[in-house]
Design a protein around this ligand. Sequence first.
Ligand code: AHM
Ligand code: MG
Length: 345
Amino acid sequence: MDTECMTVTRFVLEEKKRFFPGASGDLTILLNALLTAIKACASAVRKAGIAKLYGLAGSSNTTGDEQKKLDVLANELFINMLTSSYTVHVMASEENENYIEVETAKQGNYVVCFDPLDGSSNIDCLVTIGSIFGVWKKPLDSKEPISCILQSGEKLRCAGYAVYGSACMLVLATKNGVNGFTYDPSIGEFILTSPSITIPRMNEKRGQKIYSINEGYAKYWDKAVTEYVRSKKFPEGKEKPWANRYVGSMVADVHRTLCYGGVFMYPGTKEAKNGKIRLLYESIPMSYIVEMAGGQSSNGHCSVLKVQPKEIHQRSPIFLGYKEEIEKIEKLYEKYPPGTWALED
Ligand code: AHM
Ligand code: MG
């Protein structure tokens, strides 16, 4: 056993000492609260079948206790752990229509937006799911909770995701870099296993040629996306076609993109002009992580981090992965602006 192991708590504390020696330590406490929620989610995901956490919420078990669906449980864990950390002012969750303001006695100076359990359609069939979060500082001049929530990705302090896959990994990004910690259930700790993660370069050996998109919606794609995907399937000359991988859990698809390279896309379509992925607690944190790891994000026009959110549950088209490929997509959107459809009705 490694008696010198770098746990995520130790890592965060050491980062604080190195880069922010005068800081209050509140962000460290906040991250610890998130870790507790994530560990509890990881444990619930592992035993969901036997604990009867699958399916719809609202049913009762034999002793009359109310049983909570996995995503309801995850949401309560995130809200309760963050509230009791005394570091959060206001939060927003995919599961709550409105923002959640922490009671005055427990308020702190941070703002957290999260998707407690992303990939819900994959829960019941045991495919990888995850949790996503972004952490901002409460702006000094903001009086209204909503203006604390509606901040762009350029103002993020840190972001991360937990992937509940064949192992559980926490990927944490700050402006000092991106690091991956694998959960060791035998000691209940996340251990640094992937230090200083960078997205591979397309032409380097570990950089794979993978495009990731729900091809089932091809009928509704615009011309830019249609042209781009066609160029991956039918490349010119001797170039080989790219592989297609699509899990349908953003955390899993983005994690693969970070590890192997490629391009992940959830574009706007004729049916859903802004796509499906939510800006504040899905697109922005994931884009921040990918950009901090040397990749690029875009909404088809500019980096997702530059977009000023206007609503809590706002959706946005998203493209992320290899920089040069995202640039190609943006060029295609210049040629075929959004709303230029590939197929007539
Ligand atoms: P959810 O937050 O309701 O789980 O939806 C978000 C998920 C993403 O994880 C994933 O990328 C996307 O939905 C898949 O959607 P689709 O089935 O339309 O391809
Ligand atoms: Mg989600």
